[in-house]
Design a protein around this ligand. Structure first.
Ligand SMILES: O=C(O)CCC(=O)C(=O)O
Ligand SMILES: [Fe+2]
Length: 328
């Protein structure tokens, strides 16, 4: 199991494994579900089909906070290219990953494990690259970087298309998010979950909600993603043709709780490694997040304030508190 390319998760956190909490086994009782599946080609069909499709997107975002889309317009070859970039990036020696800048994206940010964790429950058995997507000068670019930018652009278009359907669903013009999410703050996260054969039921990524407007996730077929539905964890069945969309905290606040930012987590696998890439649709830091209806569940706040509060809470308590901090 010792792989020189993987971060030293076991050696760093081995003390956690001798104190397994007694409720650890409860995690095993998880049903598997298929998320609502939306065929985006219907948005280009007859008026009636388009209206139904938009309704399905709105309903899924209100009831589940999660759905999957097919015919999303991201070419299969591009998804495959992204996958092989990701695999190659993570299959480099740990020392290199910890030291080197990635494809000239800045700020470079490689994360592994959970530095603030004090117990198994707070540990994410994974490594990740955070790739900031602020516009870059049109210089000569490595082909890898070009692929990543091409991928990010298509993800951004898709995120805007969906968020404009969701804005319309609340009765607004579809342009609000387009104007505030100028992509200075949008980012990609490449996730790698090495196998964790030590004990069952270790988080690949601890339970969290996303601190953005909307996330688009490309996952492989290994599985492990779970989400909270009606007070229970359910496992998402991977679909090779679909992308997963989930609503983030900012959309929940802006929609005054109509769209749900749902807690999710990734379980590690004892035998298989897993890869995923997520695109996060975020507004510029000074964007005011404010519900358009009264009474508002949350006080208004800027994205900057929200980020800072999340970071401060994680530092102080070991976990994100998020929206409950901003209740009116
Ligand atoms: O890898 C996954 O399935 C989920 C990743 C995720 O939730 C995140 O990066 O915020
Ligand atoms: Fe997430």
């Amino acid at each position: 199991m010792v792989d020189q390319n993987n971060p030293p998760l076991f050696n760093t956190y081995k003390s956690f494994f001798s104190h397994q909490p007694s409720d650890q086994h409860r995690m095993a009782e998880t049903d598997e579900c298929e998320l609502p599946l939306i065929d985006l080609s219907c948005l280009k069909n007859s008026q009636a089909q388009m209206i139904q499709c938009k309704r399905d997107i709105v309903t899924a975002s209100s009831v589940w906070g999660f759905f999957q889309v097919v015919n999303h317009g991201i070419p299969e070859e591009l998804l495959e290219k992204m996958r092989s970039i990701m695999v190659n990036v993570f299959r480099r020696p740990f020392e290199t990953k910890a030291k080197e800048r990635l494809f000239d994206f800045s700020p470079h940010s490689y994360r592994w494990g959970t530095p603030s964790a004090t117990s198994l429950k707070q540990l994410s058995w994974s490594e990740a690259y955070h790739i900031a997507l602020s516009p870059s000068p049109q210089q000569e670019k490595q082909s890898t970087r070009q692929t990543i930018e091409e991928f990010a652009t298509l993800m951004s278009n898709l995120a805007h298309q969906l968020s404009s359907v969701l804005s319309e669903g609340l009765g607004y013009e579809g342009t609000y998010l387009k104007d505030s999410c100028t992509c200075n703050t949008c980012y990609l996260r490449l996730n790698h979950y090495p196998p964790c054969p030590i004990i069952d039921e270790v988080f690949g990524l601890i339970p969290h909600t996303d601190s953005d407007f909307m996330t688009i996730l490309v996952q492989d077929q290994v599985g492990g993603l779970q989400l909270m539905k009606d007070g229970r964890w359910i496992a998402v069945k991977p679909n090779p043709n679909a992308l997963i969309i989930n609503i983030g905290d900012l959309f929940q606040a802006w929609s005054n709780g109509v769209y749900k930012s749902v807690e999710h987590r990734v379980m590690s696998n004892p035998h298989l490694e897993r890869f995923s890439v997520a695109y996060f649709l975020c507004p510029s830091y000074d964007t005011m997040i404010q519900s358009q209806t009264e009474p508002s569940m949350y006080r208004k706040f800027t994205f900057k304030e929200f980020r800072q509060q999340v970071q401060a809470d994680v530092k102080l308590t070991g976990h994100k508190i998020g929206l409950p901090r901003f209740l009116a």
